[in-house]
Design a protein around this ligand. Sequence first.
Ligand SMILES: Cc1ncc(COP(=O)(O)O)c(C=O)c1O
Length: 363
Amino acid sequence: MRPLVPSYVETLKPYVPGKPIEETEREFGLKGVIKLASNENPLGPSPRAVEAMRTAAAATHLYPDATSFHLVRRLATHVGVRPEEVVLGSGSNELIELLIRTFTTPEDELLLCKGSFSAYRISAQAHGRPFVEVPMREGYQYDLEAMARAVTPRTRMVFLANPDNPTGTAFGRKALEAFLAAVPPDVMVVHDEAYFEFVEWPEYASAVELFRKHPNLVALRTFSKIHGLAGVRLGYGVMDAKLAGYIHRTRMPFNLTVVAQAGGMAALEDAEHVRRTRDTNRQGLRYFGEELPKLGATLTHSHANFVFADFHRSGVELYDLLLRKGVIVRPFANQGFPTCLRISVGTPAENERCVKALREIFA
Ligand SMILES: Cc1ncc(COP(=O)(O)O)c(C=O)c1O
């Protein structure tokens, strides 16, 4: 008998999401558990988006606009590109899948950074695409020079998370441009900018500024982080119109819900919510940057909405101790970081609670 699934599905280890609050409360008999585990927006969604989605809920008996006409146009104006250069997805995660499905064959190879965002590896394997992983360099940084050297005639697509998840590190314009110059133009370079709105580093460059000069470059962005709409599933890609056209051929016609389209439109109008989110994040990064080293942790310079802390002891054990105190964070032992935790920036009260729990554990 033939196997039920291809071998690459048989051996596929699914994505491990952050542990849900409700499950933790049930398991440990706790109340008031806080989750600093999935880089969500601690201020919640934009109130304007909530209002728009409430209104849109009344029209959910109808199929959504398959072209997301209004959101695509609004977003194109917001980003400063043409509507034909924008593709929406059910989270940027769907766009990762769509890029792999549309532009690669099982004979092609994907090039990834070892230890970076696991969705690239999982999506590659789920599609039966071979991938090569290049280790990070010192300081949990992408090694773009080694990645450029690892390109072979089989390489078809490269994923770069910038800022990176889970390490929070980033690389600047010069490094990105040098990489683009070193990579053949028929290798697609996907620059994942899920956290770009949190970056306050003048040397950072978005692929949106560079994709006209480099038509093999794609920018991926999301409403899950700064806009606080992770539960709605809304992401977008900015790319050459020809590439976008191919994705429109392969995507599901109704990949964006009525609610997501309405929420996205309203979120883009709420500059105040974005500003407050950025301020809260800056304050939280500073707080963790001051407090966690006092507990012996070494932090990377995070450009995102989380910190990546090496506690120099078992991360899984520490994660477990924090769970018992009602604080959910994220260990990364299975991604090659056995002594590190990723802690999302929460509200000031949540951040303090996390530090207090750590102090008690270390006391
Ligand atoms: C680097 C990176 N890319 C993409 C995503 C996916 O975001 P979403 O599918 O919610 O848009 C995440 C989520 O954590 C991420 O960290």
